[in-house]
Design a protein. Structure first.
Length: 153
């Protein structure tokens, strides 16, 4: 094995998020609320050489399996990512993340006057207007939202 080979421990059970755009791995961890406090092993590889793109980030999280809301967050931050589910050291599921047509209860509207930011119990719903350009629109106030400025619900 040469010096340039990457040695990362295999995981027995958990999730591997691969093909994250280089430099976005830490943002993915933050969005998914993965901080290591649960005691599970987390492996983060940033700016890894890739045959498909120049560089990519990879995240391995033992004993965590992404839920739909997690995948929706991931689709906004890393739309080209793949999610690999590992059980007993074997790949049992591989899926590409895709944006749904609407995203519920994940992000707050950035409009302070939006009804979803009032004292009323209204869950925010964002309609995905442009999946390629990552353009969202609040269903209630119709504000167009910048994905990079969204706050988590």
């Amino acid at each position: 094995m040469s010096e340039s080979d990457l040695i990362v421990r295999r995981i027995k059970n958990g999730t591997v998020i691969d093909h994250i755009e280089a430099g976005k791995g830490l943002k993915v961890l933050n969005a998914l609320g993965i901080d290591g406090r649960d005691g599970n092993v987390i492996t983060i590889a940033l700016n890894v050489p890739s045959s498909k793109v120049a560089k990519k980030d990879i995240i391995k999280v033992e004993n965590k399996f992404l839920q739909d809301k997690d995948t929706n967050k991931l689709a906004l931050i890393a739309p080209k990512a793949t999610v690999n589910i590992i059980q007993d050291y074997k790949l049992v599921e591989k899926r590409r993340v895709t944006l749904p047509n609407q995203i519920e209860r994940i992000f707050r509207c950035s409009n302070p006057d939006c009804i979803t930011n009032s004292d009323e119990e209204i869950q925010p719903i964002m309609d995905v207007v442009d999946k390629t350009g990552l353009v969202l629109r609040c269903r209630y106030c119709t504000r167009t939202l910048d994905v990079n400025e969204l706050k988590y619900y």
